[in-house]
Design a binder for this molecule. Structure first.
Ligand SMILES: Cc1cc2nc3c(=O)[nH]c(=O)nc-3n(C[C@H](O)[C@H](O)[C@H](O)COP(=O)(O)O)c2cc1C
Length: 182
């Protein structure tokens, strides 16, 4: 089936989904789900998110220079959805969705307690690309709950990450298979 080129990303699916938490210059928290997110470099550690220009998330990152990627699991899917709604600037989606703020280790932006893991970032640079702004962040702290790390591997069967397909539909990543060695 041929797709409209503008909807190409729907077959780059499912996409890892995070709640991005930020603060504005008055310290008011904000959180929004993003799935246009990808690692860019491991040394230095850089991550990319793509924000539409009107996002409060983008305004806050520009004002205060940091943000946190909070991993989204099946457990908090409905609360994550509440965070996707357009609340006025300064209203905390973390409060509105009854999630819990957790103090971050290296950045001003809060983390979200209920998430399986947290990636704290400082703004490295931004660049316009089409109808989104590419925001590259430097990872200054990364952590996941002990129960989701088995030996040295992040255990998706336990963490059950919610991966975006489209609209309100998500795949839950819990089945693990291994490629045969050639
Ligand atoms: C699963 C999901 C993924 C999303 N991914 C993105 C994204 O990558 N970039 C973006 O700009 N908006 C994305 N959105 C839309 C924003 O989350 C939504 O517009 C939100 O209200 C923005 O909040 P803010 O203005 O507080 O930043 C996504 C929404 C959902 C539900």
């Amino acid at each position: 089936m041929e797709l409209s080129p503008s909807g190409f990303y729907e077959i780059l699916s499912p996409r890892c989904t995070v709640l991005i938490s930020t603060v504005d210059k008055e310290g008011r928290a904000n959180a929004a789900p993003f799935s246009f997110v990808t690692p860019v470099s491991s040394n230095p550690p850089l991550v990319l998110l793509c924000a539409a220009p009107a996002r409060h998330t983008l305004a806050n990152v520009r004002e205060t220079g940091d943000f946190v990627l909070n991993l989204v699991s099946e457990d908090i899917l409905d609360k994550m959805w509440v965070c996707s709604k357009a609340f006025p600037r300064g209203v905390s989606e973390i409060d509105k969705s009854r999630l819990t703020e957790r103090k971050s280790k290296q950045v001003k932006s809060p983390s979200i307690e209920e998430c399986p893991g947290w990636i704290e970032c400082t703004l490295e640079f931004e660049k316009e690309a089409g109808d989104h702004i590419l925001v590259v962040g430097r990872v200054v702290h990364a952590e996941c709950k002990d129960e989701f790390m088995v030996k040295t591997e992040f255990n998706v069967s336990r963490a059950k990450p919610a991966m975006h397909i489209r609209g309100k539909r998500f795949a839950i990543g819990e089945r693990v298979v291994q490629a045969k060695a050639a």
